[in-house]
Design a protein around this ligand. Structure first.
Ligand code: CO
Length: 292
């Protein structure tokens, strides 16, 4: 693993995240924020590890704007910005929640969940200990963690390298090891604390080569493998094809099991969700790559 490149990617993702956070204002277009964040990653010499997720209120994750998306930020929205950048495939993954009307208990709770989890990270700590700290912190603040969203280990060109870190008490005795790289990403809500698939997917990822009868489909598969390096991508990025044709092509590719689709995830009781996330290199003195 390349520690240096993980750290470089972390600095890039953190700056892009903070730029995005500064743009979250009443009336701003989500599309403008997404473009600013993704351009920032590129201008700092990084590559985009996944389309920036800008998920609002009870959408916990996996929303990214389409071309010409008119969605705008409202005063009391909980705006979660989840950013991924990489350098030669070494990934940084980080998220923050911003509310134009000001930080409140729900957002503070998500930040404390993350802070308390990171405090116990070191070689030998178990997945169950991390989940317990996250859940207890949520409960101390009077909220629930989202019980079916998890943190995850990272590897080169791999956003989910095998280890899941639930945000709730669990029985996993698996121990973190020196040098592992993990993204800790707690989510909290005043609702039931569970998300389900909702709406149309905007984010996709290559899983297998399958024949496509559409010329657009063949082009998308090629891009998914070469340009997007088998990492998640969005139809907003696909050049030279209308949004409608791209949407038809990706739908066919999902049905053919050539692409995986990430559906927007909605909190089941409709309550707003806050999220905080950092990428951490596990050591006795952990390195938080996405902290500035
Ligand atoms: Co993540």
């Amino acid at each position: 693993m390349s520690e240096e490149k993980y750290i470089q990617a972390g600095k890039i993702a953190a700056q892009a995240r903070d730029l995005g956070a500064s743009l979250v204002k009443d009336g701003t277009k989500v599309l403008d924020i997404a473009n600013a964040i993704e351009n920032k990653i590129k201008s700092l010499g990084g590559k985009i590890a996944f389309p920036v997720n800008i998920s609002i209120n009870d959408l916990a994750a996996h929303y990214t704007p389409i071309k010409n998306d008119l969605l705008t930020i409202q005063h009391d929205d909980y705006v979660k910005i989840d950013v991924g950048a990489h350098v030669d495939g070494w990934i940084a993954d980080t998220a923050i929640t911003i509310k134009p009307s000001g930080k409140d208990d729900l957002i503070i709770c998500s930040e404390k969940m993350l802070e308390n989890a990171i405090k116990i990270i070191k070689p030998g700590v178990t997945i169950s200990e991390i989940g317990q700290v996250i859940q207890e912190t949520a409960e101390q603040h009077g909220f629930n963690p989202i019980n079916n969203l998890t943190g995850h280990s990272l590897d080169q060109y791999n956003l989910h390298a095998g280890i899941s870190i639930p945000n709730i008490k669990n029985t996993s005795k698996l121990e973190l090891q020196e040098g592992q790289v993990i993204a800790i990403e707690p989510f909290c809500t005043a609702g039931d604390g569970h998300v389900k698939d909702s709406g149309q997917a905007k984010i996709f990822m290559w899983i297998a080569d399958k024949p496509s009868r559409l010329v657009e489909g063949r082009k998308i598969i090629e891009l998914a493998k070469t340009e997007y390096k088998r990492l998640p991508f969005t139809i907003r990025w696909i050049p030279g094809i209308s949004q409608l044709k791209a949407q038809i092509a990706v739908k066919q590719l999902v049905q053919a099991k050539a692409l995986h689709e990430f559906l927007p995830l909605k909190e089941i009781s409709g309550q707003p969700v806050a999220q905080a996330e950092h990428t951490v290199i596990v050591k006795n003195k952990p390195i938080i790559t996405t902290k500035i």
